[in-house]
Design a protein around this ligand. Structure first.
Ligand SMILES: Cc1ncc(COP(=O)(O)O)c(C=O)c1O
Length: 350
């Protein structure tokens, strides 16, 4: 227990019920939104009464699914599924639609969970390399599989493949296409309607990023009703707590708040990108709330990562092929990004 607490403390600088050990840590490693959620969300959670806590929540989250359908232009709740964060929905799709030994297609590099889920289910992950601009290659379109995880924008590159590529892929692919739009609110356009257009597409979203609600765990997806029915069969009975259902509803009621935060993140992203390029990094065009800063000099990217950590600035370093020379940096507040840039100038002697 003590050991676990210590690990948590070291990673997050925070253990529930205790004073943060590193109150001034600049945490830019997990793509959280640096701005608070809407006050309406906080209020909705505070307002939960004894009964809401004592009793089981609505097992099918009907009110939240209806609100999501209305909000995103779907005919009704039968087109919508909600989950304990999008991670649960990704796992539900594997459980509902794949068998052991099935091929699961995705690209590389991408969100590490896709491969992990495939392996966990005894399936065979097939990861097709992205090109030098982190875009899909012809090989991707030509690969057969039972299910495909297609993130747009992708992580860790931040790049959004053209919408027409997703359209084309849904047409040619024989299996199910999971379009992961975790970061799409920071982008310019989305594939939100694709579940209406294609009977093999599931469009997945989360409130973790754009809505500043990673701790609440609200994921949601849109698909044709027969697919939604299959997903509902494999979910945990009460996969959405009373708090997450209430918070999700309140968040939809204050889209302006979320959009204002997105505008701030996008402005800071542009400034961060420019400054990183000025420092000598190569930065693919990000449509997300993070950037991939590629670096081929001395000190190397891992050393930079470590030097930043010594200064209580935490970014993401992947010890993986094609990413050894890169850091993924979440777009924080302007002041956090100023701190990061000042540290980088110091470390790089610029
Ligand atoms: C590409 C991608 N998809 C899905 C998720 C899952 O988000 P959550 O489970 O917080 O809803 C993440 C989280 O970082 C992500 O990067």
């Amino acid at each position: 227990m003590m050991r676990q607490r210590k690990i948590l403390q070291n990673v997050e600088g925070y253990v529930p019920g205790e004073q943060p050990k590193f109150p001034n840590i600049v945490k830019l490693n997990t793509n959280e939104n640096p701005y608070p959620p809407s006050p309406k969300v906080v209020e909705a959670v505070r307002r939960l009464n004894e009964n809401a806590i004592r009793k089981y929540p609505d097992t099918v989250s009907l009110e939240l699914r209806s609100a999501l359908a209305a909000h995103y232009g779907y005919p009704g709740p039968e087109w919508v599924v909600v989950s304990n964060g999008m991670d649960e929905l990704l796992a539900m799709a594997m459980r509902a639609f794949t068998d052991p030994n099935d091929k699961i297609l995705s690209c590389y590099p991408t969100y590490i969970l896709y491969e992990k889920l495939a392996l966990l289910h005894g399936a065979r992950p097939v990861l097709i390399d992205l090109d030098d601009d982190f875009l899909l290659t012809e090989q991707f379109f030509e690969t057969a599989a039972r299910l495909c995880f297609l993130p747009r924008p992708n992580s860790p590159s931040g790049v959004a493949v053209p919408q027409q590529d997703v359209d084309r892929f849904c047409r040619v692919f024989d299996g199910l296409v999971v379009i992961d739009e975790a970061y799409v609110d920071f982008s310019d356009d989305s594939c939100i309607d694709f579940a209406k257009k294609f009977d093999n597409a599931i469009v997945m979203r989360t409130m973790s990023k754009s809505f500043s609600m990673a701790g609440m765990r609200v994921g949601f997806g849109f698909a044709q009703p027969d697919l939604v029915a299959e997903l509902m069969k494999v979910k945990d009975s009460y996969n959405m707590s009373a708090a997450s259902q209430a918070a999700g509803l309140a968040a939809l009621d204050d889209k302006d708040w979320m959009e204002a935060n997105i505008a701030k993140v996008r402005a800071t992203r542009a400034r961060l990108t420019d400054e990183l390029i000025r420092l000598g990094f190569a930065v693919p065009p990000s449509r997300s709330n993070f950037v991939l800063a590629q670096w081929n000099g001395t000190p190397n990217a891992r050393n930079i990562f470590e030097s930043l950590r010594e200064r209580a600035i935490v970014v993401r370093y992947f010890n993986a092929w094609r990413l050894e020379n890169a850091l993924r940096i979440t777009v924080g507040t302007d002041s956090e990004i100023d701190t990061l840039l000042a540290a980088l100038r110091e470390i790089l002697n610029k």
